[in-house]
Ligand binder design. Structure first.
Ligand SMILES: *[C@@H]1O[C@H](CO)[C@@H](O)[C@H](O)[C@H]1NC(C)=O
Ligand SMILES: *[C@@H]1O[C@H](CO)[C@@H](O)[C@H](O)[C@H]1NC(C)=O
Length: 193
C-alpha cells in the first residue's frame, strides 16, 4: 500500500520535476558560457606571458553578449574590442593634438601615433573579415600590425629622456587586447585542425 502510494506520488511529480530538470540544464548552459570566459582566459594567460587573467576576463565580460558566446564568438568579440579601443585612441590623440602646450618632440610623436592608429582602424576591420572567413593567417598578420603600431607609438616617446607618453595606458590596452585576439585564433586553429 505504502509502495503504491509512493509510486503514484512520484508519477504526479514527474512533469514538474522534468521542468525543473530543464531549468537546471538552462541554468547550467548560462553558467557554462560565463565559465567559458573564465576558463578560456585561464588557458590564454597560462600559455602567453603577455596575457593577464583578470584583464582578459574583465575585458571580455564587459562586451555585450559575451556571456552567451561560444569560443568562435568570443574570438570575434576580442577583435571587436580592439576596434573600439583603437578608434577611441585615434580620437583621443586628435584631441590631444589640439592642445598647444606640447613641446615639438612630443607633438611629433603624437602626430606619428595619430598616423599609426589611423592605419590600425582599417587593419582591424580587415582582421574581422578575415576572422569571419576563417582566414586566420591573414587575421594574424593584421592583428600583429596593430600590436606593432602600439609598440612603435609608445617607443617614440621613450626615445627621448624626460618625455612622458600620454598614451601609455591606451597603447598597453591595444597591445594586450591584440595578444588576447592572437591567442584566441591560435586556440581556434588548433581545435579545428
Ligand atoms: C569567474 O571567475 C571570477 C574570479 O576569477 C569569479 O568571481 C566568477 O564567479 C567566475 N564566474 C564563473 C561563472 O565561474
Ligand atoms: C579599451 O580596452 C580596455 C581594456 O579592456 C578598457 O578598459 C577600455 O575601456 C577600452 N576602451 C574603449 C574605448 O573601449
Amino acid at each position: 500500500m505504502r509502495k503504491q502510494h509512493s509510486s503514484s506520488c512520484s508519477s504526479h511529480l514527474f512533469p514538474p520535476s522534468s521542468m525543473m530538470m530543464m531549468m537546471i540544464i538552462i541554468l547550467f548552459q548560462v553558467c557554462s558560457a560565463q565559465n567559458l570566459i573564465n576558463s578560456t582566459c585561464k588557458t590564454l594567460a597560462g600559455s602567453n606571458p603577455n596575457i593577464d587573467y583578470n584583464f582578459c576576463r574583465t575585458s571580455l565580460q564587459a562586451a555585450p553578449a559575451s556571456q552567451c558566446a561560444a569560443l568562435q564568438g568570443l574570438g570575434m568579440i576580442s577583435i571587436r574590442l580592439i576596434r573600439y579601443n583603437v578608434t577611441d585612441t585615434r580620437c583621443s590623440i586628435k584631441q590631444l593634438l589640439r592642445n598647444k602646450r606640447w613641446d615639438p618632440y612630443t607633438r611629433q610623436c603624437l602626430n606619428d601615433c595619430f598616423d599609426l592608429f589611423s592605419d590600425a582602424i582599417p587593419s582591424v576591420k580587415e582582421a574581422m573579415k578575415s576572422f569571419n572567413a576563417k582566414r586566420f593567417d591573414d587575421a594574424n598578420v593584421q592583428i600583429t600590425s596593430i600590436m606593432d603600431a602600439s609598440t612603435t607609438c609608445e617607443d617614440g616617446f621613450k626615445d627621448r629622456t624626460g618625455v612622458v607618453s600620454p598614451l601609455t595606458k591606451r597603447n598597453d590596452d591595444a597591445f594586450r587586447l591584440s595578444a588576447i585576439a592572437l591567442s584566441f585564433m591560435r586556440i581556434i586553429q588548433t581545435r579545428s585542425a
